[in-house]
Ligand binder design. Structure first.
Ligand code: CP
Ligand code: NVA
Length: 309
């Protein structure tokens, strides 16, 4: 699949729907090989930079272990340990790092920072979470949904909560794979209308559907998957009005019972247990949260191989 070589993935929209499906198929292959104990080292001798402006558990671990398993090496970089943190320009940094690395993953606050980095980089740039997108998470989520629902066609995904980076990427991923996505967010916390329109336009072509509501009960009706995320994303810890705004948006037993009997519960993690989701849902038999987290490894190995191979 040579057409992905050298490309950036800042958002799922940087891929065509067919390329997205190819990557999930490749993620399944990576998983099968890994479980069978087979070595697969297409990135022998290659290096991935991993630049973080924010904390991370899953993204750091899965990228660093993933590149190692593929035969390469990952290098953890903290913005504040680079001259970038004291004023060296994004453009100069991108140019310099391009001379050393074969690929780079960035986790930033401003999405524009990743875009600007990608403009100046000569190596593939992967978004490992910005305030606007989390494509790698949704790549793994699509793999997980297909594992538990045997496909995407006809699947209804209900997203309950903040119209944040996860919401934007789930809109893109659901639309591109032809799912129905029903999103329940409070007024003032919905994704912006441009993003909703963009996803709806894609869904029109794939047989998917995008629906916005403020009512969680309505969103979960007949849902196959219920997805939520924190009410306060990284950098928003001090915003006090959020607890109040999201009070009716907890995913608890009552809300789960309003969905299909076989609905799966998903969360990108980290979770704030007792806030957006209760313990019994997180730890219940319908929860696939740890399967999602594991699939980050397989999905990103597929992504790195396609872009950096
Ligand atoms: N889901 C996710 O990206 O987790 P981390 O913040 O731990 O990387
Ligand atoms: N919305 C969360 C996702 C973390 C993986 C955040 O941005 O903090």
């Amino acid at each position: 699949y040579k057409q992905l070589q050298g490309r950036h993935v800042l958002s799922l929209y940087d891929l065509t729907p067919a390329e997205l499906v190819y990557l999930v198929d490749a993620a399944d292959d990576m998983k099968t090989q890994h479980k069978a104990g087979k070595a697969n080292r297409p990135l022998e001798g290659k290096t991935l930079g991993m630049l973080f402006e924010k904390p991370s558990t899953r993204t750091r671990l899965s990228f660093e272990i993933g590149i190692f398993q593929l035969g390469g090496m990952g290098m953890f970089l903290n913005t504040n340990d680079l001259h970038l943190g004291r004023g060296e320009s994004v453009a100069d940094t991108a140019n310099v790092l391009s001379g050393y690395l074969n690929g780079i993953m960035l986790r930033t606050y401003d999405h524009e920072m990743i875009e600007s980095f990608a403009t100046h980089a000569h190596i593939p740039v992967i978004n490992g979470l910005s305030d606007r997108h989390h494509p790698c998470q949704v790549l793994a989520d699509l793999q997980t949904i297909r594992e538990v629902k045997s496909g995407w066609n006809g699947v209804k995904l209900a997203y309950i909560g903040d119209g944040n980076n996860m919401a934007y990427s789930l809109l893109a991923g659901a639309a591109m794979t032809g799912m129905t996505i029903s999103m329940a967010s409070p007024e003032g916390y919905k994704p912006d209308s441009d993003a909703i329109q963009q996803a709806s336009a894609v869904a029109d072509k794939t047989g998917g559907h995008v629906e916005m509501t403020s009512d969680p009960q309505h969103a979960v009706k007949q849902a196959d998957v219920i997805y939520t995320d924190v009410w306060k994303s990284m950098g928003q810890e001090k915003s006090n009005d959020r607890e109040h705004a999201f009070a009716g948006y907890q995913v608890n037993r009552e809300l789960i019972n309003a969905a299909r009997n076989d609905a799966s519960f998903m969360h990108c993690l980290p979770a704030n247990r007792g806030k957006e989701v209760t313990d019994d849902v997180m730890d219940g038999s319908q929860s696939v949260i740890f399967q999602q987290a594991e699939n980050r490894l397989h999905a990103q190995k597929a992504l790195m191989t396609a872009l950096m191979g």
